[in-house]
Write a protein that binds this ligand. Structure first.
Ligand code: ATP
Ligand code: MG
Length: 222
């Protein structure tokens, strides 16, 4: 469903991604691993259209995405949860959840497909909907960000280190939520993750070094 071929990306004159090939099949969960600064976030940002490649191709469901801006890619089915938390403390939880979306007809109750992600969060969400976003814990903020990304019913979900800076017990919650959303919606997921246990939940991994893919295979190998 996602095909990345021979991708080269630069920041100014710095050559960041080098001849990257990667694919994600329908319903697959694929994990990018590698040390800090190897280009994992750059790859996700290029797929979502925030950065432009100098050469190579990014295709979603057979469609070449070159030249398509992020909002068009979003309409085409790509949702992206960036690294770091995107919560605006001055807004309420509900406003944060709806960020950038038109009012949802029928309210949240009509969007049960996000339940697997917000399932543990829902009791809190109901309670906190009118409160400001800064009140949520790091894990809750992350779940909120994932729930927000899922509201548009994407076909491909990009998650950049959803468990960064989150306490170990909550890492498991997020891991379970992502697995459940794949099982219930059949969505494909491309994620960047460092926790080995979480990485092993993925079907396939790509290991990066200095902007290139140096190994890939089933995560059972790790
Ligand atoms: P981390 O694990 O720390 O999140 P990463 O693998 O996601 O790292 P990237 O954020 O993709 O790495 O960065 C890849 C390289 O691009 C790094 O060398 C970084 O310094 C450089 N880089 C990132 N953002 C910019 C920018 N806005 N301008 C110039 N160089 C950048
Ligand atoms: Mg990163």
């Amino acid at each position: 469903m996602l095909e990345v071929q021979d991708l080269n990306v630069y920041y100014g004159e710095s050559h960041i991604l080098r001849n990257v090939d990667l694919s994600v099949r329908p319903g697959q969960m694929v994990c990018l691993i590698g040390r800090n600064g190897v280009g994992k976030s750059t790859l996700l940002k290029t797929v979502v259209g925030l950065l432009r490649q100098r050469s190579g191709r990014v295709e979603l469901l057979g469609r070449d995405l070159t030249g398509l801006p992020p909002h068009r890619r979003a309409r085409g089915g790509i949702a992206y949860v960036p690294q770091g938390r995107e919560i605006i403390p001055q807004l309420t939880v509900r406003e944060n959840l709806m960020l950038g979306m038109e009012a949802l007809p029928g309210g949240l109750g009509q969007h049960r497909h996000i339940d697997p992600v917000v399932f543990e969060l829902f009791p809190v969400l109901e309670k906190f909907l009118a409160r400001r976003g800064g009140d949520l814990s790091g894990g809750q903020q992350q779940q909120l960000a994932i729930a927000r990304a899922l509201l548009g019913k994407p076909k491909l979900l990009l998650l950049d280190e959803p468990t960064e800076g989150i306490q170990p017990s909550v890492v498991l919650d997020i891991e379970r939520a992502v697995r459940r959303i794949i099982e219930t919606t059949g969505i494909s997921v491309l994620l960047v993750e460092q926790h080995l246990h979480f990485v092993r939940q993925a079907d396939w991994y790509y290991a990066m070094q200095k902007g290139g893919v140096v190994a890939s295979g089933p995560t059972a190998e790790l």
